[in-house]
Design a protein around this ligand. Sequence first.
Ligand SMILES: Cc1cc2nc3c(=O)[nH]c(=O)nc-3n(C[C@H](O)[C@H](O)[C@H](O)COP(=O)(O)OP(=O)(O)OC[C@H]3O[C@@H](n4cnc5c(N)ncnc54)[C@H](O)[C@@H]3O)c2cc1C
Length: 143
Amino acid sequence: MYMTAPLGSTSRIAIAGAGMAGMATALSLAQKGFELIDIYETASDLGFVGAGIQVAPNLSRILQSLGIWHNIKGDAVEVKETSIRGMSVSRLSMATKSTVLPASTTNEELAHVQLTHIEKRYGLPHCVRIATTHTAGSPTKAS
Ligand SMILES: Cc1cc2nc3c(=O)[nH]c(=O)nc-3n(C[C@H](O)[C@H](O)[C@H](O)COP(=O)(O)OP(=O)(O)OC[C@H]3O[C@@H](n4cnc5c(N)ncnc54)[C@H](O)[C@@H]3O)c2cc1C
């Protein structure tokens, strides 16, 4: 008969993947008192990709509950509105240029979304956590 040991602080825990889910799981378990947590990651480098990451209220609420939102929000800016535009033809790759381009490739505004109501409705603002000097090449913090 197969017996499982009861879970306790000395249970060994293996987490596959050091993405947001793996890291949040590891932090949650550590905060619950688990001491033997190994995180396995196949990628050799977990550098910052892109200029920033959008942090919606549902994410910042989780980061708050993990006690790490205050570390992150210093590099975050509130997004008050978004403008969604068609990409200009010159910025498309050669491969893409060979396809038939829709009319929306002239930087015309396709949609404009106000986000100032987000904090009132969800209790936290919609933010972008920008890349900083310790996570990317150059700082881009908005004033
Ligand atoms: C272009 C793009 C932009 C995005 N922008 C945003 C944004 O602005 N805001 C936002 O909230 N979300 C954004 N997302 C979504 C967000 O990235 C994902 O929801 C989030 O990364 C999912 O986290 P995860 O830990 O589940 O998976 P992942 O981040 O994919 O992490 C999984 C990890 O597991 C590793 N792995 C896989 N298999 C194994 C294995 N067998 N053993 C060990 N390691 C393994 C992978 O290498 C990877 O590092 C974006 C996604 C994309 C693609």
